[in-house]
Design a protein around this ligand. Structure first.
Ligand code: MG
Length: 200
């Protein structure tokens, strides 16, 4: 099978970092379990300036490298590769975050997994043409049998893959969101995702 895996809050604990950073930078204390929106500006009620600063800090290489791995991620993904499946990490992180993101994967025993940056949320001001970037159109022209995502904002993208089954990583910001169709199954962590995958 061909597998698409999101990066932030699927294989690493990004929102946990941002809740700490919002507290340190602006004294805004929103516990992780209360992160209601995928949009962090809305979650923390930030001005544009504060939001830009939060994003800048979050994408500093040493901070990106410090994100904790989600329990079971590397183990499960490597198992799938050993079973002969083709796995790619498809991230909405900005292109300039590629190098540290690549390093994070390598440091967490995920050196066999290609990393592709796609402008999932319309944040980039131009399309970069390099080996690790892809436009949304190029992404839609691909097909994936199995998808792991946490972000409701990315659901519309993964619905382009015909009959792709989507494991929705259960997170506070998607728990109120209705699943778009029967291909989407909510999963609590990597153990459940693996069970869903092998039941197919
Ligand atoms: Mg994510």
């Amino acid at each position: 099978m061909k597998i698409y895996i999101d990066f932030d809050d699927v294989i690493c604990e990004t929102a946990v970092f941002f809740t700490k950073a919002a507290k340190e930078l602006f004294g805004i204390d929103v516990p992780y379990r209360d992160v209601q929106f995928f949009n962090l500006q809305k979650t923390f009620d930030l001005t544009d300036e504060q939001y830009n600063e939060l994003m800048r800090v979050g994408h500093i290489p040493e901070n990106l490298l410090s994100y904790a791995e989600t329990i079971g991620a590397s183990e499960t993904i490597n198992k799938w590769v050993d079973e002969g499946h083709e796995v790619m990490v498809i991230t909405g992180r900005p292109y300039e975050a590629y190098e540290p993101s690549r390093r994070w994967l390598d440091d967490h025993n995920l050196n066999r997994i290609p990393l592709i940056c796609v402008d999932k949320y319309g944040r980039e001001s131009f399309n970069q043409d390099c080996s690790y970037s892809m436009t949304l159109k190029e992404l839609y022209d691909m097909n994936f049998d199995f998808i792991v995502e946490d972000s409701p904002a990315a659901f519309e993208h993964v619905m382009h893959f015909e009959n792709g089954k989507v494991a929705v990583f259960n997170r506070p910001w998607n728990k109120q969101v209705k699943m778009p169709n029967d291909n989407f199954i909510r999963c609590e962590g990597w153990h459940e995702i693996d069970r869903f995958f092998h039941a197919l």
